[in-house]
Design a protein around this ligand. Structure first.
Ligand SMILES: Cc1cc2nc3c(=O)[nH]c(=O)nc-3n(C[C@H](O)[C@H](O)[C@H](O)COP(=O)(O)O)c2cc1C
Length: 177
C-alpha cells in the first residue's frame, strides 16, 4: 500500500470478525516494526502475543477491562508491548538526562506505530489499548518482572464500517519560527 493511503486507512478498530493469524505473519509484522528508530538503536521494545484460544480467553477475562475486552473480542491476537528499562536514554547504567526511562516509552511508542502500520499493510486491523491490568497481563503472557508494560494491541479483521475520527488543524499543533 502507498504510505499516504496506509496512514489514512489505519484506524482503531473496535469490532472484529473471528480470524486466526499465523505465527509467521506476526513475525513478519514484528520484523517490519523493528525498522523503527530507537535511542542509539537500543531496540528495547518487546512483544508478547496471545494468539491461542486459552491465552486470549484469559486476556479478555482477566487482562483487560470489560470495555476493552468487548472492543477486542474475536481479534486474532492480543499483543502486549513492553520495553526493557535502563537502556534507552541511559549511558553505562546512568540516565543521560531528566527524562530517564521516558525515552524507553518514547521508543516503544515509535515501535508500536510501526507495528500497527505494518499490520495494516498486511491486511490486519488493530486497536492499541493502554487501559489494561498490568499484573494480570504480565502473569498471563509470562512477561519478565523488570520489563515495563505499555499497551496491549489487538490484531484482527475489522467487522465495522470505516471510521475516521477528527484531528486538530495543523495550525493548532505546529509553530514554525
Ligand atoms: C497510547 C494509546 C492508548 C490507547 N488506549 C486505548 C484504550 O485503552 N481503549 C481504546 O478503545 N482505544 C485506545 N486507544 C486508541 C485511541 O483512542 C485512538 O488511537 C484515537 O482515538 C485516534 O483514533 P484512530 O486510531 O482511529 O485514528 C489508545 C491509543 C493510544 C496511542
Amino acid at each position: 500500500m502507498e504510505f499516504n493511503e496506509l496512514i489514512e486507512v489505519r484506524r482503531s478498530v473496535r469490532q472484529y470478525k473471528a480470524s486466526e493469524i499465523a505465527s509467521a505473519e506476526l513475525e513478519t509484522i514484528v520484523a517490519e516494526a523493528l525498522n523503527a528508530p530507537s535511542w542509539k538503536n537500543s531496540e528495547t521494545a518487546r512483544y508478547y502475543a496471545a494468539a491461542g484460544a486459552a491465552a486470549k480467553k484469559r486476556m479478555w477475562e482477566e487482562g483487560l477491562p470489560s470495555f476493552n475486552a468487548a472492543s477486542s473480542a474475536h481479534a486474532a491476537a492480543l499483543v502486549a508491548v513492553t520495553y526493557v528499562p535502563g537502556l534507552s536514554g541511559f549511558n553505562g547504567g546512568a540516565p543521560c538526562d531528566e527524562l530517564g526511562n521516558t525515552w524507553g516509552a518514547y521508543d516503544c511508542g515509535l515501535a508500536s506505530a510501526y507495528f500497527v502500520l505494518a499490520a495494516k499493510n498486511h491486511g490486519w486491523d488493530t486497536l492499541i489499548m493502554g487501559i489494561r491490568n498490568t499484573a494480570k497481563v504480565k502473569e498471563i503472557l509470562g512477561i519478565p518482572k523488570g520489563e515495563v508494560l505499555m499497551s496491549v494491541i489487538a490484531v484482527g479483521k475489522s467487522a465495522q464500517k470505516f471510521m475516521k475520527v477528527s484531528r486538530k488543524a495543523v495550525s493548532d499543533v505546529l509553530r514554525i519560527v
